[in-house]
Design a protein around this ligand. Structure first.
Ligand code: HEC
Length: 181
């Protein structure tokens, strides 16, 4: 009985109190340069993967042909390159200052091993509290699929699509005034 009561006291009072003090007293990391919170990565990735399992579209409505990949590369250059980079260019100041740091999507493995549907889901809805924006209100469904196919095929893009990325000067990427729906 004594042990049971102790368990209840720890569970109901002590633990919430410790969590409260951790946040209320400013012990929790806030700056992007600060290290992760205990269990932050674990819970964030658990929540993301549970959601992905339920919601990722299983079929891709467009073909990964040259026209779609070239159009997707243009979308990538305008909306993604500043954070996720282009081949051969150094990481931008914006990307360097983020937490978590945006992964390179056009060099190395990127997300070439993810289903395009998973990337589409992330592009459409964004990833909360990471800086990864959701584009569902600023890009059309087709544009989001096109750029998702570019990410999925980053290691085998046709020359026309590659050209758009290689030519991208990230300091010149204009914030686009409006995007066609
Ligand atoms: C303002 C910076 C920013 C922009 C712009 C941005 N992203 Fe991201 N993106 C991030 C960050 C930060 C992450 C890492 C999230 C995480 O660690 O969970 C991320 C994650 C991702 C992931 C998941 C990567 C993985 O390894 O699972 C994909 C895919 C992605 N972004 C695609 C895109 C595409 C496509 C665009 C353009 C339409 C884009 N992002 C624009 C910051 C950005």
């Amino acid at each position: 009985m004594g042990k049971f009561l102790l368990g209840v006291i720890i569970g109901l009072i002590l633990l919430p109190l410790v969590v409260y003090v951790y946040f209320a007293k400013g012990i929790a990391p806030v700056a992007t340069a600060a290290p992760s919170m205990p269990f932050e990565k674990m819970f964030a990735s658990m929540a993301l993967h549970a959601r992905l399992d339920r919601e990722v579209p299983k079929t891709v409505p467009i073909q990964p042909d040259e026209a779609n990949l070239t159009a997707g590369a243009q979308v990538y250059k305008e909306h993604c390159a500043v954070c996720h980079g282009v081949p051969g260019a150094p990481q931008t100041a914006i990307a360097k200052g983020m937490f978590p740091v945006p992964p390179k999507l056009m060099e190395g493995k990127g997300v070439t091993d993810d289903e395009p549907g998973e990337t589409y889901w992330k592009v459409s809805g964004g990833i909360r509290m990471t800086g990864m924006p959701g584009f569902s209100t600023s890009l059309s469904t087709t544009q989001m699929w096109q750029v998702s196919l570019v990410c999925a095929n980053a290691d085998k893009l046709p020359a026309a699509a590659k050209e758009k990325l290689v030519a991208a000067d990230l300091s010149q990427v204009p914030p686009k005034a409006e995007t066609t729906k």
